[in-house]
Design a protein around this ligand. Structure first.
Ligand code: GLN
Length: 496
């Protein structure tokens, strides 16, 4: 089939399904068809490319030139990117076609794709369930057949967790394996871009094009890129597989545990050597992650000030806000004066001087309107953790624990090649089930967050559906030493 015919069939599927699923925020119909025709003409001349005709969805945190780049936020509702991300350049060169930008939690903050300004994404198999997050649009689009594969981003699990919930394969590469140039920053020392597809092979093919150094990302690594497809279809005889005991403790759904154990048996039968290992600092993963990721987020998101780009409140709203605050402060000042509270009077007078500042109102009002509740929660948490008097207690301590967690992994990889764990403690949950309790939401990342803290690669592979709910897929997670994506793909291929 021609690339044009392929693109047309995906566009048809998007047309039929996207109103319900809400996986795509924008669809680049003409761009995708034009590029497909161009590739077809190239193919006719014998100019083949490794990914020719691979139709991709791209999470709307990754820049494609002249296309909207919203990050699922009102803040960037009208923002258009001026350039291509490194990964987009690489994939286009390899023959991939971008069919549209996929929905996500606002700025990648969430585990259920319910924080997007553009509405939640629906689980492709059940309208009341979430697809996971934050790359929920990418996972749902692939699972529902709206594109062949997709790009997601993974800061604390956002590729692997939605992949597990939707029954697709998702890879979070080693930090530094794939350039972040053109990825909107959430927590820069955790952020990674990863491929999502229906098979381990698709993910390996995509990683071939994605991986490699880039001078525009100072944290990208000068490490040789192997042909990842060579890891596939090989026996796991003699491969040492570790089961981290902390990942099979309290909180794990018993059916998911049994499904993982069945995979372990199967790997043993194929000649793998399985042993139990310990990652003793696992219990601090969530706390450490949410201190550090929010700290970095509060700093990264300070760039949205309503001045240079992004949402800007209108002048009348700002003036009205200033007036209202002014009146309130005046009233308080009157009370303080009649109480003879000199300290409070001075404080309020100080506030009155700055409150009437239009520039300050521009910042406050634009950010108040542009950001959703979860983003504001993260900014407040992060600002608190970084503030004088709290810095040592939270930020600095969390950095130390991060080192211990990385150490746990490096230690474990002295004894085993790959770790096998559940990808998530439960299968997909219902929409609204965890929105009232952020802590419950954060706990759905308990098995994915440590890899981001340590910078190691992780792969989520579907291993069947949940016995109590046949529409809900279950995923296993594989973790490996830094830059051993090939080892993950090797074992992942044996699981499926
Ligand atoms: N759910 C996690 C968070 O909200 C992870 C998000 C991600 O990986 N982008 O931070």
């Amino acid at each position: 089939t021609s690339c044009e015919a392929l693109v047309s069939s995906y566009l048809e599927r998007i047309e039929a399904r996207n109103d319900a699923v809400n996986a795509f925020l924008t669809v680049d119909r003409d761009g995708a068809l034009n590029h497909a025709r161009y590739l077809d003409s190239q193919l006719e001349r014998g100019n083949d490319r490794p990914l020719a005709g691979l139709v991709l969805g791209v999470k709307d945190m990754i820049a494609i030139k002249n296309q909207a780049l919203t990050c699922g936020s009102r803040m960037l509702e009208d923002f258009t990117s001026l350039y291509d991300a490194h990964v987009i350049e690489q994939l286009r060169e390899a023959g991939a076609i971008f069919v549209g930008k996929t929905n996500c939690d606002e700025f990648g903050m969430g585990s259920s794709n319910e924080t997007s300004y553009f509405g939640p994404v629906q689980h492709p198999e059940h309208e009341d369930y979430v697809p996971g997050g934050s790359s929920g649009g990418s996972a749902a689009a692939v699972a529902d057949g709206m594109c062949h594969a997709a790009l997601g981003t993974d800061t604390g699990g956002s590729v692997r967790q939605p992949a597990a919930f939707c029954g697709v394969v998702g890879l979070k590469p080693t930090y530094g394996r794939v350039s972040r140039y053109g990825l909107v920053s959430y927590a820069s020392s955790f952020d990674t871009i990863g491929p999502m597809g229906r098979s381990v092979e698709d993910v390996a093919l995509l990683l071939n094009a994605l991986a490699g150094p880039d001078t525009r990302d100072a944290t990208s690594a000068e490490v040789q890129v192997p042909d990842y497809t060579r890891a596939l279809g090989r026996s796991v005889e003699g491969v040492r597989i570790g089961l981290p005991e902390e990942y099979f403790a309290e909180g794990l759904d018993p059916d998911i545990r049994r499904m993982i154990e069945a995979q372990v048996e199967q790997l043993r039968d194929q000649g793998a050597e399985v042993q139990s290992v310990s990652l003793p600092h696992t219990e601090y993963g969530i706390a450490t992650y949410y201190v550090l990721a929010t700290a970095e987020a509060s700093s990264n998101l300070s760039r949205y000030d309503g001045v240079r780009y992004g949402h800007r409140a209108d002048l009348e709203t700002m003036q009205a806000a200033i007036k209202e605050e002014h009146e309130a402060l005046h009233e308080q000042l009157g009370t303080a004066q009649s109480n003879g509270d000199a300290e409070r009077v001075a404080q309020l007078q100080d506030q009155l001087d700055t409150q009437s500042d239009l520039l300050r109102a521009l910042y406050v009002q634009s950010r108040t309107e542009g950001f959703g509740d979860e983003v504001k929660r993260r900014i407040m948490l992060g600002t608190y953790a970084l503030s004088a008097g709290h810095y040592d207690k939270y930020y600095e301590k969390a950095q130390r624990v991060r080192t211990l967690i990385r150490h746990d992994f490096l230690q474990a990889f002295e004894d085993v090649d790959v770790l096998l764990t559940p990808a998530t403690p439960t299968p997909a949950f219902q929409r609204g089930e965890k929105t009232a309790d952020p802590l419950q939401m954060y706990l759905s990342d308990v098995y994915t967050v440590p890899a981001n803290l340590a910078g190691v690669p992780g792969l989520s592979v579907p291993i069947g559906t949940h016995p109590d709910a046949p529409h809900l897929p279950v995923g296993a997670q594989l973790l490996a030493a830094p830059f051993d994506e090939a080892g993950l793909l090797h074992v992942g291929d044996a699981l499926m």
